[in-house]
Design a protein around this ligand. Structure first.
Ligand code: NAP
Length: 308
């Protein structure tokens, strides 16, 4: 593949940043790849893993002369990062992010972006419950959606170049209004994580069932929640704080529906339960048909070696 940007700087080199770095190197789409992260330890690890061409502790220094800057830090820190790097951004450069919430990130970053720099927020819908530079891998974004949230004043050429970047990584692109993104993600990602954190917390608090029983019999369903509930606490704290309104709206809907389900169980309304469970099964089928999961047992995971 040919070079898409002469110099790309990645600020933040955790799961997402390091996956982007691996793809950039593998595809050869940057003339130079510069990496910066908050801590000395993570920067050293990125260097040991050979993720970039240059490793720079100061984010402000790292963005000098960069044509594309990708910020991959917890959403609550994006404003502080923008403030740090803003004075050194090159006119004509494209600045983007990968944060899981969009309206808040734009509100935090946009005020710092100097005239002539193209700031286009984005969110690749790909990830795992792991964190840090060792957790990333090439191909994470292949076949997955990347949502870009340009504003009416966004320069179409810059948007086209950023789209081209994600397409090179194998992503499918959608464009959306930031507020709409936050609503959609509240239901497809944020609420499921909150429910998982809650159910795992409830199981942990139970006194009548021992911890060893919860773990021993976890394959009955509980296990599938624990993967989501093992996600990074900093990232998810920030998502909850920075998509508060949409999450609270979805939680209110969820609680109403849960109360109705509870009532159906209490009153033995089998038809109602059967109708709901049939409807939800169809959604699972649509997800498989849309290529967003595979129709294999255990939600697409390979069979585990179960210890007796
Ligand atoms: P991660 O693996 O925990 O890496 C976080 C990176 O951000 C590290 O380089 C870390 O630096 C840096 N960082 C942490 N706190 C910071 C702060 N206060 N100021 C500056 N830098 C800071 O996280 P990740 O999973 O890659 O997530 C990064 C972003 O991607 C988040 O906004 C998240 O919402 C979004 N995202 C995540 C997923 C997912 O599944 N994980 C999917 C899509 C989008 P040090 O290690 O040097 O401290």
């Amino acid at each position: 593949m040919s070079i898409l940007f002469d110099r790309i700087t990645l600020i933040g080199i955790g799961l997402i940043g390091s996956s982007i770095a691996r793809d950039i190197r593998e595809l050869g789409i940057a003339g130079e790849l510069v990496i910066s992260t908050r801590s000395e330890a993570t920067l050293k690890r990125a260097e040991e893993l050979g993720l970039g061409d240059r490793y720079v502790a100061s984010a402000a220094e790292a963005v000098k002369g960069a044509d594309l800057i990708i910020v991959s830090v917890p959403v609550g820190s994006s404003g502080a990062v923008a403030e740090q790097i803003a004075p050194n951004l090159k006119p004509g450069a494209i600045l983007t992010d990968v944060g899981s919430t969009k309206a808040s990130v734009i509100a935090q970053m946009a005020p710092h972006v100097p005239e002539g720099v193209h700031f286009i927020a984005g969110h690749p819908l790909a990830g795992t419950e792991k964190s840090g530079p060792d957790a990333g891998f090439a191909g994470l974004f292949r076949g997955r959606w990347c949502i870009l949230t340009p504003l009416p004043e966004t320069d179409p050429d810059a948007l086209g170049r950023l789209r081209g970047f994600w397409v090179a990584l194998g992503s499918r692109i959608d464009e959306m209004d930031p507020q709409h993104h936050d609503k959609v993600l509240a239901i497809v990602s944020h609420l499921p994580h909150i429910i998982a954190y809650n159910i795992v917390g409830t199981a942990d608090d139970l006194e009548t069932v021992t911890e060893s029983e919860v773990i021993k019999y976890s394959a009955s369903g509980f296990r599938d929640f624990t993967r989501l509930a093992a996600s990074d606490p900093t990232m998810w704290r920030d998502v909850c704080l920075h998509n508060k309104d949409a999450i609270l709206e979805m939680l209110a809907r969820f609680s109403e529906d849960l109360a109705s389900l509870q009532r159906a169980i209490r009153w033995g309304e089998g038809d109602k339960l059967f109708e709901l469970f049939s409807r939800t099964r169809t959604i699972r089928r649509s997800i498989v048909e849309a290529g967003q999961d595979v129709d294999a047992p255990d939600f697409g995971r390979h069979a585990l070696d179960v210890k007796s």
